[in-house]
Design a protein around this ligand. Structure first.
Ligand SMILES: *Cc1c(COP(=O)(O)O)cnc(C)c1O
Length: 405
């Protein structure tokens, strides 16, 4: 409902402009409406709003204009009819499952999805009779073979954390369609600045707004971008009753973050490519995982799906002759950092480094970790906007003393 905007604007323009109409004060920057309740114009109007016969805000759990602005802007950028903002990325996934699934339904997803997603769908929803199967991210035959008559949802993440594995969204959309299931894609790593899953046939796009959408590591947020009918009929009623709403302040922060998303994603991806190339040539590094490198197993597919850009996250393995030595060396590199942050978040303008084997993947048994390709020498880098030489120098501080680690 951008009453003032003409139709047909480019997503880059909508990233800066899409919002609810200005208030009577004519503010140029979107207003932050910090209010939990709304004064009703009349008892009759109030009754119509509560009956769903008239648009209008009534209470903070059922809607807020600042949150609406974020929803309109993100939907425009993803190319979906509508969007529902949530308190975090995980609450977006919970709301999607709550709204779309029931006992007896089956979910099919990659074994490489975000750890909390794996636990939420695989364990928490299992308690309510929703079954699930995990398959290797890039093995299309395995996805196909695991589909059952009860399969209602295929859930993919591309690229994945931390190994940046890519999946073929168009192929998965075809499988989902044949099975009468929805395809949901977690677009956290690529963002709509690089990749719009809807264009490949996905039905639902999931976001952790905590990451690149905010982009400066300030707030938690999440979103579901989907067809309007799905949101109004299946998702909004659950959110209205269950909560998990996004705070207006956090919505406002992410709304402003979206204005620079394209610039940040391209600048940080260019930095990541430069760093990946440098790491790949460094004698202390055994292997670099980055979709923008020709050595990435799905480089061609990634470049096709992500507009020729590899994203801003990479991972690399420190060279070592045993798991113990690899861990000691990775820890040495991380403990030598004086500029980059040792921090498991991603999507910040600050470069963040993490050791997946002892953090996000720390609870897996060593064999499971090996199977997932998460070695003790693996370091994930979410590349920010510092000067490239300072980033390399900071990693070099750790590489310099490695023989003794
Ligand atoms: C961080 C993350 C999530 C969860 O988002 P939160 O905002 O932390 O709840 C989901 N998927 C991916 C790929 C993520 O990186």
């Amino acid at each position: 409902m951008n009453h003032e905007l003409p139709p047909g604007l480019h997503p880059d323009t909508l990233a800066v402009r899409a919002a609810v109409p200005r208030s009577p004060y004519g503010e140029n920057s979107e207003a932050l409406y910090l209010t939990s309740g709304y004064v009703q114009p009349s008892a009759e109007a109030s009754a119509r709003r509560f009956a769903g016969e008239e648009e209008g805000y009534t209470y903070g759990r059922t809607g807020n204009p600042t949150v609406s602005s974020l929803e309109q802007r993100l939907a425009a950028m993803e190319g979906t009819e509508a969007c529902l903002a949530t308190a975090s990325g995980m609450s977006a996934i919970m709301l999607m499952c709550f709204g779309l699934l029931k006992a007896g339904d089956h979910v099919l997803f990659s074994q490489s999805v975000f750890g909390s997603t794996l636990k939420l769908i695989g364990s928490e929803f299992a308690r309510f009779g929703v079954t699930s199967t995990t398959v290797p991210q890039a093995d299309l035959a395995a996805w196909k073979a695991a589909i059952r008559p009860q399969t209602r949802l295929l859930f993919a993440e591309t690229p994945t954390n931390p190994l940046t594995e890519v999946c073929d969204m168009a192929a998965l959309a075809g499988l989902a369609q044949d099975a009468g299931a929805w395809l949901a894609v977690d677009n956290c790593f690529a963002t709509p600045a690089l990749q719009r899953p809807i264009e490949y046939g996905a039905d639902i796009v999931i976001h952790s707004g905590t990451k690149y959408l905010d982009g400066q590591g300030r707030v938690m947020a999440g979103a579901i971008c989907a067809p309007r009918q799905m949101i109004t009929a299946q998702l909004l009623p659950v959110q209205k009753n269950a909560g998990m709403v996004l705070s207006p302040f956090n919505a406002w922060v992410v709304l402003k973050g979206l204005e620079t998303l394209g610039l940040r994603m391209h600048a940080q991806s260019a930095q990541a490519l430069a760093l990946a190339q440098w790491l790949e040539a460094h004698p202390a590094v055994a292997r670099v995982h980055y979709p923008g490198l020709p050595s990435h197993p799905q480089h061609a597919l990634a470049m096709r799906q992500m507009g020729g850009v590899g994203g801003a996250v990479l991972a690399f393995d420190v060279k070592a002759s045993s798991a113990e030595q690899a861990r000691a060396r990775a820890f040495h590199v991380l403990d030598s950092l004086r500029v980059l942050s040792l921090c498991t978040n991603l999507g910040d303008t600050k470069t963040l480094c993490a050791h997946p084997a002892s953090t996000s993947h720390g609870k897996l048994a060593e064999e499971q970790r090996q199977a997932a390709g998460i070695g003790q020498g693996l370091i994930r880098v979410a590349v920010g906007l510092e000067h490239m030489q300072d980033i390399k120098d900071d990693l070099m501080r750790g590489f310099a003393g490695l023989e003794r680690a």
